[in-house]
Design a binder for this molecule. Structure first.
Ligand code: MTE
Length: 309
C-alpha cells in the first residue's frame, strides 16, 4: 500500500496537485453528489464516502500533512519521517487482535478492509505541542472492528502497539521512548463513533510517514494518542501503559484530552499555531475537546479533567 503511494502512478503524477485539491475543495462545498462525481472513478482514489462527522473547515494541503510529522521511530525532527519512512515495508502487514475478545487472531489488511466502507473524515488535529492542522483522513470506526472480534464483558480498555523494526526504523536506535510505541483508550472512548482506524488521507492510501498502513485517529485528544502503524490491538481490564506517560508522567497523562484550561507544565494550551498559516498568522484559540465536546463531553461527566489530564 505504502509502496503504491511512493512508487506507482497515481493522481498526483497526472494532475497538478494544487489544481486538483483546489477543484476538490470547491466541489466539496457543492454537496455530496457533485463531489462524488469528481472524486469517484475519474481519480481512482479509495472512493471513501463522505461523513457527517467531517468539519467544513478547509483541510491543510497534502504537503503540509506529509512533510511536518511526528513519528519518532524515524527520527525526532519534523521532517525526518518524510525523509526516512520509505524504509518501512508495509507489504503483508498483519495486526494481532487479542486479550478479552471472542475471536482472537491475526488479521491481514485485506481481512480488516473486507466488508468495510471507507469514510472520509475531515478532522481537526491538535498536537500537544500546540500546533494544529485539518486532515481529511480515510478510515472506518474502530467500533466496527471491535464488533467483529467480539468484546468480552470484562474488557474496559483497548491497548495499541506500533511495529518495532530496528532495520527499517532508524529512530528506534535512540532511546527517546521505551520502544515499541504504545497507546491506550478506555473502552467507551474506543467505541465512540469519532474514533477511527485510518488507512488513508486525501482519498489515497496512507503515506508511510503518517502511519501506514493503519493508524488510530482520536480527534478530541492530543495527537500523540493517535498511534501509527499498528501491529497489535489488545482488549484488557486494566489501564494500559502509554508511551508518553511512561516517558514523562508529570507532563503527559493517560487521557490527554485537548483542554485549553489545563496548561502543559512548560507551555500554554490556550491557543494553537495553525500549520501553513505563516509566521504572521494569529494563533487560534484552542477549543475544549478540540471542538468535539458535543460528541464526547459525556464520557467524562463527573471527572476532574485537571486531575485526569
Ligand atoms: N505513533 C508512533 N508510533 N510514533 C510517534 O512518534 N507521534 C504521535 C502520533 N503517533 C507518534 C505516533 C504524535 S506526537 C503526533 S502529533 C501524531 O502522531 C502526528 O501525526 P501526523 O504526523 O500524521 O500528523
Amino acid at each position: 500500500m505504502a509502496g503504491r503511494w511512493k512508487n506507482d502512478l497515481n493522481w498526483s503524477d497526472t494532475t497538478p496537485k494544487a489544481a486538483w485539491l483546489n477543484r476538490r475543495q470547491i466541489m466539496a462545498g457543492m454537496g455530496a453528489a457533485a463531489f462524488g462525481g469528481i472524486a469517484g472513478p475519474a481519480l481512482a482514489g479509495l472512493g471513501a464516502v463522505k461523513s457527517e462527522y467531517s468539519t467544513v473547515e478547509e483541510p491543510n494541503p497534502l504537503d503540509h500533512i506529509t512533510s511536518y510529522c511526528n513519528y519518532y521511530e524515524f527520527g525526532t525532527g519534523k521532517e525526518d519521517p518524510a525523509r526516512n519512512a520509505h524504509m518501512l515495508n508495509t507489504d503483508g502487514w498483519q495486526v494481532e487482535i487479542d486479550g478479552l475478545v471472542d475471536k482472537p487472531g491475526t488479521w491481514t489488511m485485506d481481512d480488516i478492509l473486507k466488508g468495510t466502507t471507507l469514510e472520509e473524515r475531515i478532522y481537526r488535529f491538535r498536537c500537544v505541542e500546540a500546533w494544529s492542522m485539518v486532515i481529511p483522513w480515510v478510515g472506518f470506526e474502530l467500533a466496527d472492528l471491535l464488533a467483529r472480534v467480539g468484546v468480552q464483558s470484562g474488557a474496559k480498555y483497548v491497548a495499541f502497539e506500533t511495529a518495532l523494526r530496528p532495520d527499517e526504523m532508524p529512530g528506534v536506535r535512540s532511546p527517546v521512548i521505551d520502544w515499541p510505541y504504545v497507546e491506550g483508550l478506555r473502552l467507551d472512548e474506543a467505541m465512540n463513533p469519532l474514533t477511527i482506524l485510518a488507512t488513508g488521507l486525501y482519498d489515497e492510501p496512507m503515506p508511510n510517514q503518517n502511519g501506514a498502513p493503519i493508524r488510530l485517529v482520536v480527534p478530541w485528544k492530543y495527537g500523540f494518542k493517535s498511534i501509527k502503524s499498528i501491529v497489535r490491538i489488545s482488549l484488557t481490564d486494566k489501564e494500559p501503559p502509554t508511551s508518553w506517560n511512561k516517558t514523562n508522567g508529570r507532563e503527559y497523562g493517560f487521557y490527554s484530552n485537548v483542554n485549553p484550561t489545563v496548561d502543559h507544565p512548560r507551555w500554554s494550551q490556550a491557543s494553537e499555531r495553525v500549520i501553513g498559516g505563516g509566521i504572521l498568522a494569529k494563533r487560534k484559540p484552542t477549543l475544549m475537546f478540540n471542538g468535539y465536546g458535543q460528541e464526547v463531553a459525556g464520557l467524562y461527566e463527573g471527572m476532574d479533567l485537571a486531575k485526569f489530564y
